[in-house]
Design a protein around this ligand. Structure first.
Ligand code: FAD
Length: 334
């Protein structure tokens, strides 16, 4: 197995942060994992690098996930089940399913990254979360040197959450995911501007393919392209707060938006809170807050990971002071 040394990570993370991996191994086949697992160094997995902030040069072993393959393993009257290797590019999988007319993940088109990271944080967009199509997740556990398969229920999915971000954090290498895709898609076009975009596209009878295209069009016009401006998508999660706290805040800030979560809690858009604190479009040296989307922190060129970390800390503090709400970072900080 080849270990590469002193490898620049700038092309391997969408923030475009300059850092170096002392040791990097590209994982192409699952059989490598037993040998890698026997090495004592700490292990850091990179898929598409679209949800990490590098604040330091990662020591130990950086494992670049390039496991490939899409395989149909089962079919019944309603569903097709695909086992997908974790190093497949997520958007390629979406387009693969859409081309076959299969429903379930069309609203998640154009999310950067790999299949293996999709269950990590239960990726979601436009009213859909990937957990609803995941049948199972298979992973190599470093500690017992064995493969395990968890059902969706075992994965403890929540909003941008799963067992892989908590109990199993840094302990496993996700090798494949089985998705259950509908042969009779029920389209979800109610969220965001999908309906409006379909009208602009002159689509009267939407299909999974046209919904995916509408999402692609909307995302391309709204979100900064990491190839142009370094970023990792939403930097913070939208906080969920008790209704009582929300009512108090609403008395002071009548325009505060909210979305119901449970009878006792609501979700508040973090982007709105950050914007109200005056951060939208703010620039500090080489980093800043995107001028169109306050939830996205950006690298204008040569920002250090620590610059972005400090900016995020200052944002957290000001939101806490103004609204009494503690934001949480969505991005994985290394
Ligand atoms: C422009 C932009 C838009 C985005 N929009 C969205 C959005 O709409 N919705 C959304 O949910 N996310 C969004 N994201 C965030 C990001 O795309 C997702 O979190 C994506 O799933 C990350 O995949 P990745 O392969 O790049 O993960 P990485 O950044 O490579 O890794 C993320 C974390 O997962 C771990 N990991 C990765 N692969 C494995 C594996 N095989 N086994 C175990 N651990 C692993 C890593 O160690 C790391 O801790 C956006 C990002 C960008 C840049």
């Amino acid at each position: 197995m080849t270990i590469q040394h002193n490898i620049p990570l700038q092309p391997l993370n969408t923030f475009g942060i300059h850092a170096e991996a002392a040791n990097l191994i590209t994982i192409n086949i699952e059989d490598q994992l037993a040998e890698v697992g026997a090495m004592p160094q700490p292990k850091h997995i990179i898929g598409g690098g679209s949800n990490i902030l590098l604040t330091t040069n990662p020591g130990g072993l950086v494992l670049l996930n390039r496991l490939k393959g899409i395989e149909q393993i089962q079919e019944d009257d309603s569903y097709i089940y695909l086992r997908v290797a974790s190093g497949e590019v997520w958007h390629h999988l979406v387009m693969h399913t859409v081309q076959q007319g299969l429903g379930g993940i069309e609203n998640l088109a154009l999310i950067p990254g790999t299949v293996g990271a999709s269950p990590m944080q239960n990726i979601g967009a436009y009213g859909v979360e990937v957990k609803d199509t995941i049948q199972s997740v298979t992973f190599w556990h470093w500690a017992d040197a064995k493969m395990h398969t968890y059902t969706a229920a075992d994965c403890q999915f929540g909003y941008r959450e799963s067992i892989f971000k908590h109990q199993l954090k840094d302990q496993v290498y996700i090798t494949s995911v089985v998705y259950k895709l509908s042969k009779h898609p029920v389209l979800n076009t109610s969220y965001g501007a999908i309906e409006q975009e379909l009208q602009t596209m002159h689509v009267t009878t939407p299909t999974v393919a046209t919904v995916a295209q509408a999402v692609i069009n909307i995302r391309s016009s709204k979100l900064p392209d990491p190839a142009v401006t370094g970023n990792a998508g939403s930097f913070f999660k939208n906080p969920t707060i008790p209704i009582a706290q929300y009512e108090t805040l609403k008395a002071q800030h009548p325009t505060i938006p909210s979305y119901p979560v449970t009878p006792d809690t609501v979700k508040v858009p973090a982007g709105w809170l950050i914007e109200q604190c005056g951060w939208k479009g703010y620039r500090r040296g080489n980093c800043g807050v995107h001028p169109k989307q306050a939830l996205v922190l950006v690298n204008y060129g040569a920002a250090l990971g620590t610059d972005i970390w400090q900016l995020s800390t200052d944002i957290l503090r000001s939101v806490q002071e103004k609204f009494g709400i503690e934001l949480e970072r969505e991005v994985n900080v290394w």
